[in-house]
Design a protein. Structure first.
Length: 256
């Protein structure tokens, strides 16, 4: 199987490549631009896009280029496209947020990501869209900034009123191998099993690292920040999902 990962320089792409290598695959790292129509891969996993939620509101043209037009270019490539999408295609009022729920985003980021999904779905028969959210790994700012501060006895604040289903990139890598092996197509939701706030996730990580979790201080999302407060995903499909405690243990062992 000739496998490539587009977006190799971004947080999700570089960690996904690392985990897939650990699991025995040898994906080719790709960055933009390249000629999609002549790409010689059986599968391209797309992790590229403009993910800055506030930045998308300020720079709509870039959001359209990176989250929509890119998907049209990808649809011209031979082989299968697996597109990593987002929980932001939904809003607070939609419950449950599973594959049968009609998306209704209320942010520019979510709107452009949904537009990219629709375009890919219409232009490319052989595709898989995976919606996920709250992705973290060893070089995420939770680890490189917050946990270092706590280790140095510095207090950190964390939202306790914004909930999603945080997902370790290693967990996503394992699901991708399953999806490729089973030739899964269409739209699937994949996340770790629990809905947590950022505050709860940080407490879990700190405790597993034997750090003083009392240094993590609850705070509320600023009123001017336009992000949904509940983006917890669910799925109508059966697939084993790890609890956050298991994923954090894998993270600290640097294993998928």
């Amino acid at each position: 199987m000739r496998l490539a990962v587009l977006g190799c320089n971004g947080f999700v792409g570089r960690n996904l490549i690392r985990h897939l290598n650990y699991l025995g695959l040898d994906p080719t790292p790709l960055s933009r631009p390249f000629r999609y129509e002549t790409a010689d891969y059986n599968i391209i996993i797309n992790t590229a896009g403009y993910k800055d939620i506030i930045g998308c509101e300020k720079n709509i043209n870039r959001a359209i280029d990176d989250n929509v037009r890119l998907l049209f270019q990808l649809s011209q490539a031979p082989g299968k496209i697996i597109h990593i999408s987002t929980d932001y295609v939904f809003n607070d009022s939609q419950t449950p947020k599973n594959e049968n729920t009609v998306p209704n985003p209320n942010t520019t980021y979510g709107i452009t990501k949904l537009a990219g999904e629709i375009l890919l779905g219409k232009a490319k028969k052989d595709h898989l869209i995976i919606r996920t959210g709250g992705l973290y790994d060893k070089d995420h700012w939770l680890m490189t900034d917050c946990m270092i501060k706590i280790r140095n006895n510095i207090k950190v604040e964390a939202f306790d009123d914004v909930v999603n289903t945080p997902t370790y990139v290693g967990s996503l890598a394992k699901y991708l191998i399953y999806a490729m092996t089973k030739n899964v197509t269409g739209i699937r939701h994949y996340s770790d099993a629990e809905a947590l706030s950022r505050y709860d996730l940080m407490k879990t990580i700190a405790k597993k690292m034997l750090l003083d979790d009392s240094l993590i201080i609850r705070c509320k999302k600023p009123a001017h920040v336009n992000i949904p407060t509940d983006l917890s995903l669910s799925s109508i499909y059966d697939y084993p999902r790890r609890c956050v405690d298991q994923s954090v243990s894998a993270l600290l062992e640097d294993a998928p």
